[in-house]
Design a protein around this ligand. Structure first.
Ligand code: NAP
Length: 491
């Protein structure tokens, strides 16, 4: 263990993060007594161990969530809102500690981690505000025979499964609307980043949530643990963020009990720079869209399509900006880009870059994994990337920008839309009408028009095609956790 890692482990102790399972309001070890190691991806050092749940813990968590469900559903929207608002305030008050924790276990830079905490806390505030604004509808049937009264009710016990890349925000983006809607939940965070989820859960227990409303299971066996929960008849909803591959598996399991399913899956975002774009602004936006979290974001710009008139200027600007990025351990204040999450992630990025280079691409900066310990991959710009390179078709999840040069805007949409994924697209042009027209043709749930960042708690976040089902954030995120009930009545 290096001196830095010893210091980091003691930081985890100092933050006093719970490391057991949260079930029925109590922190308790896994039934089998097993523990799971949490590592610092910059060095591989074990930072802490957490309880490693098995299927019997999963059954206990569903028992707790089911027992708490009627009581929680009967609380007033204002009461739930007040608790969420207190959680927002506590999170904001602890933002430095939480940012450090995220940076330690996930590896992202402190600046990225601070932005994540601010973004994550906003979901508690947004849903504290949104939960008391929910309205039903009253209408007359077209025949005039009766009235149509529609009200909304909590869907019930919800299983929430989150990835490692935004360990705080992906959890609060689900917990916030679920609690506001009156649902009880079991959260299963990613095995790589359980500490942040446990710290968020600790805040929720501190604000006085009744036992069983929020339960948290950390585990090294996601398959059996999640299956136990999804096949329990008392579970009514699964909300998942992660890869399309795992999402597909979960949808199959969810089909048996016909569970309400919300899926936030993978992305393959195009970043289009038209001939009339402000190139400096496009480079700035590209750095945000590509480099937030070191490229490990579902919204990360994955494929750059740049018009030939501005290609060289854009590539020069991007290469200069990528070359200037300081790579190092996330918690080091000078780092702008941390390590990738693990060694497999580095291997995957390397494979995609090698494939592109073998097919004729050139690396203007980066292009090889970092040497020495830690899962580092340097910021990389690839040019002359042919359309058949795998990197243009698979999610890179790393700091690599493959650039494709195009001549005719008319040919662009079929190429850009030639993917099964459709989460987000980015588009730069000085002509707003042209941009809006093109945006309508982009097959993605979100578009950043002259912006490299789209995430906002007040906006419906989500994808089309195999990027997912449903939306998170905004009012739509709340509706995911509600069922409409219609009463036909006459008076
Ligand atoms: P992942 O491998 O799909 O894992 C996501 C979660 O699913 C983790 O908690 C994981 O647990 C769990 N899981 C894995 N296998 C499972 C199984 N058989 N049954 C039940 N649960 C299982 O994804 P990831 O690598 O953590 O995250 C990266 C992916 O998430 C990327 O594709 C990215 O685009 C996507 N993502 C999407 C959004 C969005 O909003 N659309 C946001 C962020 C990330 P373990 O950790 O134990 O494996």
């Amino acid at each position: 263990m290096t001196a830095m890692d010893a210091a980091l482990s003691s930081v985890v102790d100092a933050i006093e993060v719970p490391t057991d399972l949260l079930v029925a309001g109590s922190w308790r070890p896994a039934a089998g007594g097993r523990r799971l190691e949490v590592r610092d991806p910059a060095s591989g050092t074990v930072l802490a161990t957490v309880a490693d749940a098995d299927s019997s813990d999963a059954a206990a968590a569903i028992d707790a969530a089911a027992a708490a469900a009627p009581v929680w559903a009967a609380t007033s929207p204002r009461h739930r809102s007040d608790l969420l608002m207190r959680a927002f305030e506590l999170m904001r008050g602890r933002s430095e500690e939480l940012a450090l924790l995220i940076s330690l276990e996930n590896g992202k830079s402190l600046a990225d981690a601070r932005s994540e905490v601010a973004y994550a806390a906003e979901f508690f505030r947004w849903y504290a505000e949104e939960g008391v604004r929910l309205r039903g509808q009253l209408g007359m049937s077209p025949s005039g025979a009766n009235r149509l009264m529609v009200s909304y009710h909590p869907v019930g016990v919800s299983v929430l499964i989150t990835p490692w890349n935004f360990p705080a925000a992906m959890a609060t983006r689900k917990i916030g609307p679920a609690l506001a809607a009156g649902c009880t939940v079991v959260l299963k965070p990613a095995a790589e980043t359980p500490l942040t989820a446990l710290a968020v859960a600790a805040i929720l227990t501190e604000v006085g949530l009744p036992p069983g409303v929020v339960n948290v299971l950390t585990t090294s066996e996601p398959g059996p643990v999640v299956e136990t929960m999804l096949t329990d008849r008392r579970t009514r909803m699964v909300s998942f963020t992660g890869s399309t591959e795992v999402g597909r598996l979960l949808l199959r399991t969810a089909a048996d009990n016909v569970l309400k399913s919300a899926m936030e899956l993978g992305g393959n975002a195009p970043f289009v720079v038209l001939a009339d774009a402000d190139v400096d602004a496009a480079v700035e936006g590209a750095m945000v869209a590509k480099m937030r979290n070191g490229g490990q974001a579902c919204t990360a710009a994955n494929r750059f399509f740049v018009h030939t008139d501005v290609h060289d200027a854009f590539v020069d600007g991007l290469t200069a900006s990528m070359s200037a990025v300081t790579v190092g351990p996330g918690p080091d204040e000078t780092s702008q880009c941390g390590p990738l999450i693990n060694a497999e992630a580095v291997e995957k990025v390397d494979r995609l870059v090698r494939d592109a280079i073998e097919r004729g691409a050139r690396a203007l900066v980066g292009g090889r994994p970092g040497e020495g310990p830690g899962c580092f991959y340097p910021p990389t710009v690839l040019v002359d990337v042919p359309l058949d390179a795998r990197i243009l078709h698979e999610e890179v999840f790393g700091p690599v920008a493959p650039v494709f040069r195009f001549d005719r805007e008319e040919d662009l949409l079929p190429v850009v839309n030639d993917t099964d994924l459709g989460l987000v697209s980015y588009l730069y042009t000085r002509d707003l009408a042209r941009g809006l027209r093109l945006a309508e043709g982009l097959e993605s749930g979100m578009v950043g028009l002259n912006r490299g960042l789209v995430s906002d708690p007040a906006a419906p976040f989500g994808g089309t095609k195999q990027s997912g089902l449903g939306r998170e954030g905004s009012t739509e995120g709340l509706l995911e956790f509600l069922e409409a009930q219609y009463v036909a009545t006459s008076w």
